[in-house]
Design a protein around this ligand. Structure first.
Ligand code: H79
Length: 402
């Protein structure tokens, strides 16, 4: 452990030790410990999918590779509204199969699944009554309600369903006319929260736009809780904070300082391709092992880990994404006990390797040491604790323990 984390351990220990009653009281009603968030705390691993009209160009416009996120291509390649609208008439994902998507997620060990219902381009993947020209039903030859099909599939497979919605930024329904836009998007949220079964959380995005202020954020939070008292949301106003929501986001490229992770609920979001959420044909792919280490690190900080995948325009998952998902599934099948229903471990111990530690939430005396880099030269791992250890076992039975 480095000195920073040592300080943290000691501090937490002192607070718990000297003021345990106070601590319990002040957090008793908060989302951090509430029943409403128990699915989120237990799940630890989920998946988010960015998929829409931007998946057709997949990072290429007029023969040129367009930098930055694929889902930003309209903005980044300065595509006109007319040209972008033409993509809708080409959107016919003949390979889309909601059941297959969710089965793939479940096999990968994912406990929840979040779909981008409306990104910044404003295009809606569901059959919304709130605009008659810019949704899957009215503007594409495909016409099927993707948000509904995925909801049904999640229910079938016992996966918690969650929705991403770009609340702060909409290039199709300009948010510059805020009162009109607000009415529009409030009505859309009502549709999403009433017609699509149980929703685990809403992820609001576009928080950096100028219309947002604390009052709007608080009003929005109260509005959606009014529609569904059980719903969780991130903070629509500030990514790395849960001040007006239930959890903060450690979004790739926009990570808050690690010290923030000490309080509140968190989701860490990471990409399977380096610099995009929506599929890009030319963007390199990450290694499974690095992503799995990232997940372990998140769990050791009591954070969820949400893996982003961008399917192709035809509705299939790219083979590279499938390979990564398969690796997650294989790893979690053996080691899932050390991730699901765990929290970060806060006692003071020392280990002679780069490790992360998680603790079983239903049995505090059980904790898990994740060896991030298996020793190549040294033969044994030495764990020094100030408390007795009664037994040691390897989750992966192929590893010999002494
Ligand atoms: O949906 C994914 C991203 O597309 C979205 N959030 C995740 C979940 C996201 N959009 N923007 N951002 C995150 C960050 C915003 C960056 C910006 Fe910029 C900096 C917007 C304006 C200045 C980059 C540079 C994009 C436009 C100019």
């Amino acid at each position: 452990f480095n000195t920073n984390s040592m300080k943290y351990f000691k501090l937490t220990f002192v607070i718990l030790f000297t003021a345990s009653h106070l601590f319990q009281l002040s957090y008793a009603q908060s989302s951090q410990t509430s029943k409403r968030s128990s699915w989120f705390r237990d799940a630890r691993v989920g998946m988010i999918v960015h998929w829409g009209l931007y998946s057709i160009p997949a990072g290429v416009w007029k023969g040129k590779q367009i930098p930055w996120y694929g889902e930003w291509i309209k903005d980044r390649a300065s595509i006109s509204d007319t040209d972008y609208a033409k993509l809708a008439s080409r959107f016919y994902p003949e390979k889309f199969n909601a059941d297959e998507w969710i089965r793939t997620a479940a096999d990968a060990g994912m406990k929840y699944f979040c779909i981008v219902t409306k990104h910044h381009d404003g295009f809606c993947l569901w059959n919304t009554k709130e605009n008659n020209d810019w949704n899957i039903k009215s503007a594409t030859p495909f016409k099927r309600d993707i948000v509904k099909e995925l909801s049904d599939a999640c229910q079938q497979h016992g996966i918690v369903y969650a929705l991403y919605y770009s609340s702060g930024l909409d290039w199709h329904y300009p948010s510059s006319n805020w009162p009109s836009y607000k009415k529009y998007y409030y009505n859309q949220l009502k549709e999403l929260l009433t017609n699509y079964g149980k929703i685990g959380y809403l992820w609001f995005d576009g928080e950096w736009t100028t219309q947002w202020n604390a009052k709007e954020a608080e009003e929005l939070y109260n509005y959606v809780r009014g529609l569904d008292p059980e719903i969780m949301t991130n903070n629509p106003k500030k990514k790395g904070s849960s001040a007006f929501g239930d959890f903060g986001l450690d979004e790739e490229n926009y990570s808050p300082p690690a010290s923030d992770f000490k309080t509140g609920l968190w989701e860490r979001d990471r990409l399977v391709q380096y610099n995009t959420w929506g599929y890009k044909s030319w963007e390199p792919w990450k290694k499974s092992a690095d992503l799995i280490r990232d997940m372990i690190d998140a769990a050791s900080l009591s954070m969820n880990f949400c893996l982003n995948v961008g399917p192709k325009a035809d509705g299939s998952f790219p083979p590279q994404a499938l390979a990564i998902l398969k690796d997650f599934g294989r790893w979690l099948k053996v080691n899932g006990e050390a991730i699901y229903k765990t929290k970060g471990f806060v006692k003071n111990i020392s280990i002679n390797f780069d490790c992360r530690i998680t603790q079983n939430t239903s049995n505090d005396s059980v904790w898990y040491v994740h060896v991030l880099k298996w020793p190549e030269t040294k033969k044994s791992i030495k764990i020094t604790t100030s408390f007795p250890i009664t037994s040691v076992a390897a989750l992966d039975q192929s590893i010999l323990m002494k």
